[in-house]
Design a protein around this ligand. Structure first.
Ligand code: BF8
Length: 663
């Protein structure tokens, strides 16, 4: 550990851009080609220190009011920190923070609404090619909504579920139905604090109202509304998106795939689907396998059509179809730099506008598909949701037509790694307990017995302000080494995939002896890929299932568990982080934290919230220190549950065993 710390310290002097060799190769190629990338722009433009700390208010035209941290500390100094209207630094920072939650919750939830609309149309038989793939999950959701499953046929149930789900966005009164999947004690916490979410849209709009000039000027009251909106995201919009996608496209089961830029092929038409919604990409998978389109590709001189994913769309289609992943957030420009990408199809979220500029230097066609997300200058082929296969064929045809325009050979990095993905909550249940007695009991027993020390969710983005993928990998390796099983989603999951952590073999190589023993017995990796960012809701459901199984307390906040997003960058990450905190989880962010300009608010988020919600925020830059803090929290929870002795015993047994082996 001392060596690793020293290495990290040295790199701080001259930080690496990435720890991904394929990415470094393409960064070098871009330099030779004279192409500017996100890494170059980040070097040229340093973040505004006042904005980065959340201390700038631009919510009216009397400002912007910039309130840098005082050189001297103390209450008197803080009192001087007010905006033109008199808004205190606490109010300003809290407003900025919950506006980030609103942005993130809106992104996930509007994605979910889109899925619900398509689901309802598909249920009515209006979309050829889409239908119910997971009936059992449909019945489960129908029962949550109180639909009479006994007396209706599958189609009628699906229509009712679609209507009731869609109504959750516009609901004005009452409680969100899906949030009742949380443990009862957790629900009571929310009710007592008055933060049980109502309609999804309502909570987001209320943030925008309360943060308008001259409205809510009490930082705790502002954060409470942030809590309600974040919960509406995690237990509402995101959870509905996940469930409805599973019903429409199938609940993921473990599947092998491969990941990194090496999945591109120099003699095939390469198409990358990049974004978040699986609605169109599901049909692009179908279109790319159509014999007539493969024939067309061959007529242009290609050997076939090679489809790959990027960002969260990649997670969705890898989990359901085994389609390879080309890379995570910071690799989107790099895929174009290979010179062999014939089309990049984008829908919504996390698409850098610069992909269009980078594409100008090669031959790649950027095709936008959502009316909500166009890029100036890029080609737009709108996703016709009532006839998705027609749109998909048009897009694949455009990519094929572009293949002969490649400028020269291109260069594809050799790196690609095998992965096993698709650990939905249901799959974990089956794998642990067996098909006929699906249960979390073996997991709980192993946590109680101490082989597994605890559970960590490590999720989130890449951020160009820190070395690409490094914090994810350092943190996760340290956690599994200490017998903490890791659940992962989003770009963090892809970083793990590229480093070989999503393979069952990784248990013997990286995990502590207790965790390795469990993984080897069940045949799972020590890091479980659970999907895209909306699928963080799967982690909430898995945590609730662990509570309901018994023996580890009666609330999520009792579990020996922690969460982290070491390379976060998006507003969606803030919403996710806050719904984990509000669900009772100790949650740590790395790289930067958006309230550090206000000590009072930061203390409230990092310490004060624990007394109210059982979960709290933290910010740690060094990923090894982050791991130690998460493990300390896990141990604190083990102790509260009276499980510290069990682990000591297990460790003693292991030591004894090793000693015996040595003899
Ligand atoms: O939604 S992890 S960079 S791709 S925001 Fe974006 Fe972050 Fe990646 Fe998925 Ni999530």
């Amino acid at each position: 550990m001392a060596d690793e710390k020293k290495k990290l310290k040295e790199e701080k002097v001259k930080p690496l851009l990435t720890v991904c060799d394929a990415s470094q190769e393409m960064i070098d190629k871009a330099k030779t080609d004279g192409v500017s990338l996100v890494f170059d722009r980040a070097e040229a433009m340093k973040p505004c220190p006042i904005g980065a700390e959340g201390s700038c208010c631009k919510n009216c035209s009397m400002g912007p009011c910039r309130l840098p941290a005082p050189k001297k500390k103390g209450e008197g100094e803080e009192k001087k920190r007010v905006g033109v209207c008199g808004a205190t630094i606490e109010t300003i920072t809290a407003r900025n923070f919950i506006r980030m939650i609103a942005g993130g919750a809106a992104a996930h939830s509007d994605h979910g609404r889109g899925v619900a609309e398509v689901f309802l149309a598909a249920a009515k038989g209006e979309i050829p090619g889409y239908g119910v793939k997971d009936e059992q999950k449909l019945y489960q959701l129908a029962m949550d909504f109180g639909v009479d499953v006994e007396n209706l046929d599958t189609q009628e149930i699906a229509v009712k579920v679609g209507e009731l789900a869609l109504a959750e966005w516009g609901k004005q009164e009452g409680e969100l139905v899906m949030a009742k999947r949380a443990p009862l004690k957790r629900q009571e916490v929310w009710r007592k604090l008055g933060v049980f979410p109502r309609g999804i849209d309502r909570e987001i709009v209320e943030i925008m109202h309360r943060t308008h000039m001259g409205v809510d000027q009490d930082y705790k009251n502002l954060i409470a509304q942030g809590t309600r909106a974040a919960l509406a995201d995690g237990w509402g919009g995101s959870l509905l998106a996940t469930d409805l996608q599973d019903i429409l496209f199938g609940t993921p089961v473990p599947v092998r795939g491969s990941i990194n830029l090496g999945v591109l092929k120099d003699d095939e038409v390469n198409i990358i689907v990049h974004g978040h919604e699986p609605l169109l990409s599901e049909m692009i998978v179908v279109a790319s396998q159509e014999p007539e389109l493969i024939k067309l590709a061959k007529s242009k001189g290609a050997k076939g059509i090679n489809l790959a994913g990027m960002c969260c769309t990649a997670n969705e289609i890898l989990m359901r179809h085994g389609i390879p992943i080309a890379g995570n957030f910071l690799q989107q420009e790099l895929a174009i730099v290979t010179g062999v990408l014939d089309a990049m199809i984008v829908d919504v979220q996390c698409e850098m506008q610069s992909i269009h500029d980078v594409a100008q230097c090669y031959h790649t066609e950027i095709i936008t598909t959502s009316p909500k997300a166009k890029i100036s200058g890029a080609r737009h082929i709108e996703f016709e949701e009532h006839n998705p296969i027609a749109t998909a064929k048009e897009i694949v045809t455009a990519a094929i037509e572009n293949y002969p325009r490649r400028k020269g050979q291109g260069k594809i990095p050799s790196q690609k790694c095998d992965t096993v993905v698709g650990f939905s909550h249901e799959t974990i249940n089956y794998l642990l307990g067996g098909m006929f007695r699906a249960s979390y009991k073996p997991l709980n027993d192993n946590i109680i017995g101490g082989r597994i020390r605890g559970i960590a969710g490590v999720v989130g983005c890449n951020n160009v302000r820190t070395t690409h993928d490094q914090a994810h990998l350092t943190l996760i390796k340290e956690l599994i080494k200490n017998d903490v099983i890791v659940l992962t989603t989003g770009c963090a999951a892809m970083a793990c995939g590229k480093a070989g952590l999503l393979l069952p073999e990784a248990a013997a190589k990286y995990a502590g002896s207790g965790l390795a023993e469990v993984c080897e017995t069940v045949g799972i990796p020590p890091v479980l890929h659970m999907g895209s960012c909306v699928d963080n809701s799967r982690i909430l459901i898995a945590a609730s299932a662990v509570v309901k199984e018994g023996g580890l307390g009666d609330d999520i906040s009792d579990l020996p568990a922690a969460g982290a997003a070491p390379e976060w960058m998006s507003e969606k990450a803030v919403s996710i982080g806050h719904y984990f905190v509000a669900s009772g989880v100790y949650t740590v962010f790395g790289t930067t934290f958006p309230t550090t300009g206000c000590e009072v608010l930061t203390n409230y988020l990092f310490k004060g919230l624990e007394a109210e919600l059982g979960g709290m925020w933290d910010f740690v830059e060094d990923p090894l220190e982050m791991a130690q803090k998460m493990i300390a929290h896990i141990d604190k929870k083990r102790k509260a549950l009276g499980l510290d002795k069990a682990r000591e015993r297990v460790l003693y047994d292991m030591a004894m065993r090793r000693e015996m082996e040595a003899v």
